[in-house]
Design a protein around this ligand. Structure first.
Ligand code: NAP
Length: 299
């Protein structure tokens, strides 16, 4: 049976995800805090809700993709939030990257209404969201995972049930350690190549198919070379994820040497007012230290 889907949060990621649900012909209701972002979805066949409560009242499955833990809390617990419209049997799927601890709190509140919760954070950048090729890492019950799968398949390719509620968010933090440390490696390699007088495009082409291959290198390396700092993922949100990683690592008593270094490098960029740039602008932190600028001899 086809279920009615609601989508809350039409930002960089939600934009592509909601469009892909529509493209697959799903019955979609949307809500966004900045109302004007809803218009293009209504033009493409979606229904518009006035509040998150209305999304929950009118839909069977409610998907959320907003910025941080307090934002998901606002959307769920607010006076006209999801919880106010939720009834037994409905399913809430949170695609935002938030604290595993907050996730358990939210899941409990939703479960107390007789409804279900999956934490389902995503990876793959704005490109993955637009192309329907996201990785989706899910925490929750197998039965609800199977229920959600046909809809998640409209938005992603690698869709994995990784454990109970909260496990999806913890795996996402694993993902973020890999993303930022790889980002640091790409940044360091590019600055080194620049200092060596190499052609950066040829260098990238020569190494991206070998043992050094990575999504970060192939998707964000060219943007670094072109000094295109438009965000697929902003430094501010990347920094939010690293805060979540370091908080969890502190609770677990695990040293994360490289990740904490990147956290502080991003902090220097935020202090320069660059929090709205893409996370690949990490290279600027190394440029500042080394006084070597990518592409300077191409200008
Ligand atoms: P974004 O472009 O900044 O969009 C954020 C969305 O959240 C917007 O729709 C915004 O509404 C909404 N929002 C924020 N605070 C809110 C609040 N208090 N109440 C209601 N709505 C609120 O961010 P994004 O890049 O799409 O990221 C969304 C989530 O996906 C984040 O958790 C991020 O960490 C995660 N993520 C992002 C990427 C990526 O590459 N971009 C990849 C994987 C995961 P307005 O339109 O009104 O501002």
């Amino acid at each position: 049976m086809s279920e009615k889907i609601g989508f809350i949060g039409l930002g960089i990621m939600g934009h592509g995800m909601a469009h892909n649900l529509l493209k697959k012909g799903h019955d979609l209701t949307v809500w966004n805090r900045t109302e004007s972002k809803v218009d293009e979805f209504v033009a493409a066949g979606a229904k518009k809700a006035q509040t998150c409560k209305e999304v929950a009242e009118n839909c069977d499955i409610i998907m959320i993709c907003v910025s941080d833990s307090p934002d998901v809390k606002e959307v769920v617990y607010g006076e006209v939030g999801v919880l106010a419209g939720l009834t037994e049997g409905k399913l809430v799927i949170d695609h935002s990257t938030i604290s595993p601890h907050t996730t358990l709190e939210l899941a409990k509140s939703v479960n107390e209404k007789g409804a279900f919760w999956l934490d389902a954070p995503i990876s793959g950048g704005n490109e993955g969201a637009a192309n329907g090729t996201l990785s989706i890492m899910i925490g929750g019950e197998k039965e609800q995972f199977n229920r959600a799968l046909p809809y998640l398949e409209a938005m992603g390719k690698g869709i994995t049930l990784v454990g109970d509620q909260g496990a999806g968010q913890l795996v996402k933090l694993v993902n973020q350690i890999l993303v930022v440390v790889t980002g640091l490696a790409v940044s360091e390699a590019m600055v080194f190549a620049q200092a060596g007088g190499l052609d950066l495009e040829k260098t990238l082409k020569a190494v991206e198919g070998g043992a050094a291959a990575s999504w970060m290198l192939s998707a964000r390396g060219p943007q670094m070379i072109e000094r295109d700092w438009r965000p697929g993922f902003t430094i501010d949100l990347q920094q939010k994820d690293l805060r979540l990683v370091l908080e969890a690592a502190d609770q677990l008593g695990v040293p994360l040497i490289a990740t904490s270094m990147v956290f502080n490098m991003y902090r220097t960029l935020q202090q320069q007012g660059l929090g709205g740039e893409g996370n690949h602008a990490l290279v600027k932190s190394l440029e500042n230290m080394s006084k070597i600028t990518l592409g300077e001899d191409h200008k």
